[in-house]
Design a protein around this ligand. Structure first.
Ligand code: COA
Ligand code: AMP
Length: 629
């Protein structure tokens, strides 16, 4: 079936279409119920099926004769180490680790928080949880203790798994003191913290609570896979919403496995034995779907890279990895290529390597600018494919089906809707918009398998966040349009979520942190275009009446505060004092206008604005402070 046939089938005959896709995975109990309605306007896929995601990723591949094939190539320019880990080896490691978890009382449904750098042990921990039916929640290493504590309080894990350190270029970042601080800040106290001691830093251990990674496993027994219901959660992954409290996106086991197998084969065109590289981090959804679960379930050899695109040791790091492991396809964020291009504009380093194994390159996570696209296109001579997805969906919503019938890509577009996603563009009142008309991008319900159907402990919030704005549709939070041929163009978020280096952050959350400073009356954090990182946050701050403060000092305080409370990944480096903020008559800050002023774009004066005179004034202040282009 070509793309059009698959797409039509997936919408008109969805149960049959997805029942067929479900046959591609080895269930313990084959589902008979394909699609059922659930609470809060959500749906369940394959509700009566039973399976185990770790079995599909490891045991199944060994049973299929792939035991000696490499499952993970760990490549770490950060530490100068490399390891090729076979499916047999990874399975043995995971069985042992799952046995150790079980011995500590971790069982089906228990939560385990994983705060680790890109070491293969992190994948072992994730898969071991999956093996037992325990629910992992991976937290990206760039988040501060406060953010980790918020996630611990929400997920209420029995255990936290960490490493003594991560490495950022040549800096050793000690993780354990951050975890200790998070334990102090959190109200919920996990029973144990398991620590992988790395040679670059030795973590201090708290007797009784902390367990050494190696000793933890000694003398342990192997654990077998626990059969779980299709709808049983595999993981919780926190992502930024519009408020200070992150959303715990819950991924189930069954529909996730079906969706990943479908995407791996059809969207990414990867077969068993192919070499795949998801150049991201296990702390993000890409890391879950396409560093760990997807490529392993599909019998691929996956690259597990602990390094950066540049200075690792040079900007040829990505090209070296493609050549060394004969990577067939990869995924990376545009920021990574902007960074490479800045250091090596002529692509001289790429020409040193044999990149002939690469069939195509996928990018996502943030907007792919046309100049980076053209640079990559010319340099690599293979399709450079922009595609679009979110933590919530877990797999692409728009993309070409490279494994089926590659459709032509179009500059600026993230391509056509993937089977299962009925993408529409609506005006604020919910009316369908025509070709090239800009509006809210939504997907008609039910969403296909793999898409989250709830927020941890808060199904109402899921309903309010995604299903209430446009009844009958999932609200993506992105704005954009479709052209006359159905190609989708994403122009940016319609809410207060921003993307910094492809990392999703909430401006609302930063505003809450900034507001803690005693000098601050109110503030707005806006995303301002950045040549390398796509966007960076900038704070516009109104001081409390009567406060006299050196603005430079205040900026330093606020930068330090956001770094301490949100984390270095926020890249919050600029705060500007303004007299007033533009608001509607009902008191809502007009952030969209502020963004436009910063980016020196045209804007229409909103009819709801409280006081028009404020805009020229704030434009001058922002210009004077060098905010924006
Ligand atoms: N653990 C601890 N700290 C981390 C971290 C981690 N896992 N990841 C990032 N940080 C820190 C960095 O050290 C940096 O700290 P600093 O302010 O002390 O220098 C800060 O967070 C910002 O990091 P980053 O935005 O990554 O900037 P950078 O200048 O260190 O690196 C790039 C620039 C372009 C090399 C890097 O941003 C990059 O590789 N981008 C691609 C991102 C990506 O793959 N996203 C995919 C998401 S799907
Ligand atoms: P995350 O949940 O971290 O994966 O971030 C998802 C958000 O990133 C989306 O809602 C978009 O705003 C943005 N995004 C993802 N892919 C693209 C893309 N290809 N082009 C533009 N924005 C993208």
């Amino acid at each position: 079936m070509g793309y059009q046939d698959q797409y039509q089938q997936s919408l008109q005959n969805k149960e049959q279409f997805w029942a067929t896709q479900a046959d591609a995975i080895a269930w313990y109990k084959q589902p008979r119920q394909i699609l059922t309605e659930a609470d809060y306007g959500t749906h369940r896929w394959f509700a009566d099926g039973e399976l185990n995601s770790c079995y599909l990723a490891l045991d199944y591949n060994v049973e299929q004769g792939r035991g000696e094939q490499v499952a993970l190539y760990y490549d770490s320019p950060a530490t100068g180490s490399k390891r090729a880990i076979s499916y047999n080896q990874l399975l043995a490691d995971v069985k042992r680790y799952a046995g150790a978890l079980k011995a500590q009382g971790i069982e089906k449904g228990d939560r385990v928080v994983i705060y680790m750098p890109m070491v293969p042990e992190a994948a072992v921990a994730m898969l071991a949880c999956a093996r037992l039916g325990a629910i992992h929640s991976v937290v990206f290493g760039g988040f501060a203790p406060n953010e980790l504590a918020i996630r611990i309080d929400d997920a209420e894990p029995k255990m936290v798994i960490t490493a003594s350190c991560g490495i950022e270029f040549d800096k050793v970042i000690e993780y354990k003191p951050l975890v200790d601080q998070a334990f102090e800040l959190a109200t919920h106290k996990p029973d144990h913290c398991v620590v992988l001691q790395r040679p670059m830093a030795k973590a201090a251990m708290q007797p009784g609570r902390d367990l050494d990674w190696q000793q933890f496993q000694e003398g342990g027994r192997y654990a077998d896979c626990v059969a779980v219901e299709s709808t049983h959660p595999l993981y919780i992954l926190y992502t930024s919403g519009t408020t200070g409290k992150p959303k715990g996106i819950v991924r189930d086991n069954g529909s996730h496995a079906v969706a990943l197998m479908y995407a791996l084969r059809n969207v990414y065109g990867m077969n068993a034995g192919d070499v795949w590289w998801g150049a991201s981090d296990i702390g993000w959804v890409v890391g879950h779907s396409f560093i760990v679960y997807g490529p392993l379930m599909g019998g691929c050899s996956a690259i597990f890279y602990e390094g950066k695109p540049i200075r690792s040791p040079d900007a040829g790091a990505f090209w070296r990895v493609i050549d060394e492991y004969k990577v067939n396809s990869m995924f990376a964020a545009p920021t990574a290529f902007r960074a490479i291009r800045k250091e090596d504009p002529e692509g001289a380093l790429a020409k040193k390597y044999d990149l002939s194994s690469l069939r195509w390159l996928f990018v996502a996570g943030e907007k792919l600018d046309s100049s980076t696209y053209s640079w990559l296109d010319e340099l690599l001579g293979v399709p450079v494919i922009d595609h679009w997805w979110q933590t919530e969906t877990g797999w692409p919503m728009t993309a070409p089906l490279m494994g089926v019938e590659p459709v032509a890509t179009r500059m600026g577009s993230t391509c056509v809707p993937v089977p299962g996603f009925d993408i529409q563009v609506l005006d604020p009142a919910g009316n369908a918009l025509g070709a090239d008309q800009h509006g809210n991008i939504v997907a008609r319900l039910p969403m296909p398998p793999g898409v989250a159907q709830t927020i941890w402990n808060n199904p109402q919030r899921f309903q309010e966040s995604y299903l209430s704005a446009f009844p009958g549709y999932y609200h993506t939070g992105d704005g954009g349009f479709k052209d006359k041929d159905g190609y989708v163009y994403i122009t940016g978020r319609t809410d207060d979520v921003i993307n910094v280096s492809g990392h999703r952050l909430s401006t609302g959350e930063m505003e809450e942190v900034i507001a803690k400073n005693p000098a601050v009356a109110e503030c707005a954090v806006i995303a301002v275009a950045d040549e390398m990182k796509g966007h960076v946050p900038v704070g516009l701050v109104v001081l409390k009446q009567g406060v006299e403060i050196d603005e430079g000092e205040l900026e330093q305080e606020l930068v330090a505060l956001v770094r301490a409370e949100v984390g270095p990944l926020a890249c919050f480096r600029k705060a500007v004092v303004v007299q007033r903020l533009p608001k509607t008559r009902s008191g809502k800050i007009l952030r969209a206008i502020l963004r436009k002023i910063a980016d020196q774009e045209e804007y229409a004066m909103p009819s709801t604005i409280d006081d028009e005179s404020i805009l020229p004034e704030i434009t001058e202040t922002m210009k004077g402070a060098g905010v924006g282009r």
